[in-house]
Design a protein around this ligand. Sequence first.
Ligand SMILES: Nc1ncnc2c1ncn2[C@@H]1O[C@H](COP(=O)(O)OP(=O)(O)O)[C@@H](O)[C@H]1O
Ligand SMILES: [Mg+2]
Length: 430
Amino acid sequence: MASAEELLLIHWLPRQRWFAGKDRPVTAVRVSGSAELFPGLRFVVLDVEQGSATDRYQLYLGVGEAAPGGLIGPVGPGTVVYDAVHDPALASVLLDRIDAETSAGALRFRRAPGVALDTAAGGRPLGAEQSNTSLVYGTSHILKLFRRLSPGRSPDLEINLALTSRASPYAPAVHGWIELDEGDEPVTLALLSAYVPGAADGWELATARAASAESFAAEAAALGEATAAVHRDLAELFDVRETTSADLAALVDAMRAQLDETSRTVAELRPHAEAIGAVFDTVRALDDPPPLQRVHGDYHLGQALYTGDRWVLLDFEGEPARSPAERRAPSPALRDVAGMLRSFDYAAHASDADASREPSPGASSWAEETRAAFLRGYSSAGGAAVHPDLLHALELDKAVYEIRYEAAHRPAWLPIPLNALSRLTTTRQN
Ligand SMILES: Nc1ncnc2c1ncn2[C@@H]1O[C@H](COP(=O)(O)OP(=O)(O)O)[C@@H](O)[C@H]1O
Ligand SMILES: [Mg+2]
């Protein structure tokens, strides 16, 4: 029998920004684990059943006479349950416990070696909630709570720890984490990082420049350099291997599979499908292919902060739709380059798309200049050799992914990737 709390959660959950299963009805939820952090406040693992699939989410549930925010609903006379990430008391307790490296039930709080935490700083949720919820502590730390749980150590923690071990200036230092001990490899629940104060979000910065036709070339070149430095570090910190012809064949097959599937549902893609497929096929016989290595995996302008003289890269979780094993699998570094180049194209055309206008010529030349500057920075800082055919194919693959996404979720923006197709299938770019 479902508890009163579970009955409330089944309705509340699908309305949350970070809930990943909005496309299918929730058939059942079950609290499968919990630990009390202090009276009236519990950590909870929620098993969420959607037909035959079950996902796990972490929640922090408060119970009291009133909710400080995040009301979920009443659970008894004069008693409500609420999402406690809005409760400053929870934020303080999490940081204190990381500092003290305690445990609660199967929860383990870990502090990075040699780090002093600013436990006096109060925590507040970061405004724009996306796929996760982050708590910011003054200007010292940021704690990202992974809402949906994946098995094992999160790639975000894994990669950031590795980059922290060599004091990379291009990633925030790891200050600690929270994990769930389940016998096998512990599941990462949260990542505490150094907060980068006063930095601008790359997407906000780039779209503002594009809208006012101001150059972004200097920043893009610096971002290219930062990307190359991080790629070099990842190649030294994790396994690297030669690309075989079987790898190339598998890559092309995957790109073609997505193309076929998307062509079936999006009619506007069909006239381009043959030309796109031909570009993909050039990759099968690529001469001297670059090696495969760990990459960012979900690289775009919204995953980078600019301090005014340095870029800091964020969110090394990899592509959310992929399995943990796929996210860890070595990949061409140019996949990240392609992701960022597509992001420049989006930034250039975002204001036209918002206003349902034809793409302006100024936007296209802004995108060209930005792209060239990024690639210049990437190459000058010793990034992976840029194989034009491979880069081209990866950009097209990303554009096909975007077409599928926009057709389903944001039709007003569908012209952005569609307009990119003709350019990407007719011109050779470096
Ligand atoms: N170390 C940091 N310093 C300052 N702001 C950060 C930091 N890490 C993340 N942020 C902010 O939080 C947002 C979300 O972080 P991210 O790691 O990308 O999480 P999500 O998985 O929710 O996308 C970022 O876009 C950025 O604005
Ligand atoms: Mg992110």
